[in-house]
Write a protein of this length. Structure first.
Length: 358
């Protein structure tokens, strides 16, 4: 897969939009790997969706972009293991509980699920390696070379697995399996759903699901946030910082990322640097590291940022120089920012008065 390197570079540079081609190329492979382990179409689709969300966050940690397919397979396998643990159940091949087909009758749904169950049961009797190989081969029409790259196995091994799997599957069932697997491949809908979640800042999407994924991935996803905050597309940066500040991740882990936001060229991203004052970190560290970076925002070129700075810094009035706040107030022309700065100046004067009375 010679152009995986280019796909990774584009995904890193252009955010969700650049990540789309990776989903297009590997959606069937990821779904196939998940299906071969979970043996349930609906569960496999859930895992595939989560795999791509995690891959987007961690793309910057992929050291060898030419291993993109194998890397996605590894993430998928780990998510399958976690998925089964979380559900606290063992998937029984003969009891396949699927979602009804769109716009189809109950009779058609019943027949479809029965056929699915037969195919999954037949494939389930194969060994794990054979099961994955035959699923990849039929579900997305992957070539032997592509499967070898994804599984990181010699081409001869792939040929042998496929040959042995075909021998174990009866000829009639082999044809049915090929038809069912090809028909049940996720198609473009999976990619659209993942991109919806990655592009939540456009006004839609499933924010709760994305937040749940970020919290589950935890600090392992910080490299993805660092990469996202460097993207040229400012809505992607804003989305990333909104998720970051709402993720509940350890304050020490996210502090450096938030501090760097003071230099962001976009005001809607830059204002979020003030969230650093709300992190659960040592108060003295906030005074020594955070405030010197944030106080200059009182004279930022954006009225939105100046207003937010005036509001947030009121809780730290004793540490804000009166001269700086007064100068910002004197030069302020934005009514909302002027009100916030006026309140800040009063808070500083009150704090100084209390200090003198002690």
């Amino acid at each position: 897969m010679n152009d995986d390197v280019a796909l990774v570079e584009d995904g890193l540079a252009r955010g969700p939009e650049g990540f789309g081609p990776i989903i297009d190329r590997y959606r069937n492979a990821v779904f196939g790997v998940a299906l071969s382990r979970l043996r349930n179409f609906h569960d496999a689709e859930d895992v595939a969706q989560g795999t791509f969300l995690e891959a987007f966050e961690r793309l910057g940690s992929l050291r060898d972009p030419s291993r993109l397919g194998a890397w996605l397979r590894s993430i998928t396998i780990h998510r399958c293991l976690n998925y089964r643990r979380e559900r606290e159940r063992v998937v029984i091949l003969e009891t396949v509980d699927e979602l009804p087909g769109r716009g189809s009758s109950p009779e058609v749904d019943l027949e479809r699920n029965e056929l699915r169950g037969k195919v999954l049961a037949a494939i389930g009797r194969l060994g794990k390696a054979q099961r994955e190989t035959v699923t990849l081969f039929y579900i997305g029409g992957h070539s032997l070379n592509e499967i070898a790259a994804i599984q990181e196995a010699p081409i001869g091994t792939i040929k042998r697995r496929l040959h042995d799997a075909r021998k174990k599957l009866k000829e009639e069932m082999l044809q049915v399996a090929e038809e069912v697997l090809h028909k049940e491949a996720p198609g473009e809908e999976l990619g659209k759903r993942v991109l919806e979640m990655l592009n939540i800042y456009t006004g839609g999407g499933r924010w709760d699901e994305v937040m749940a994924e970020v919290k589950r991935i935890g600090v392992q996803g910080l490299s993805g946030f660092a990469r996202a905050l460097e993207l040229p597309h400012w809505p992607s940066r804003r989305f990333a910082v909104k998720v970051l500040t709402g993720s509940g991740l350890d304050g020490e882990s996210v502090a450096e990322l938030l501090k760097a936001l003071v230099n962001d060229p976009n005001k809607k991203v830059r204002k979020h640097s003030l969230h650093a004052l709300r992190l659960e970190v040592d108060e003295q560290r906030k005074r020594e590291e955070f405030l010197p970076l944030l106080i200059p925002l009182l004279e930022d070129c954006s009225g939105l940022v100046r207003r937010n700075a005036g509001q947030r810094l009121q809780s730290w009035a004793a540490d804000v120089p009166l001269e700086t706040a007064a100068r910002a107030l004197a030069n302020e022309r934005n009514p909302e920012a002027r009100e916030a700065l006026g309140d800040l100046v009063l808070a500083i004067i009150e704090a100084r008065g209390e200090e003198e009375r002690r």
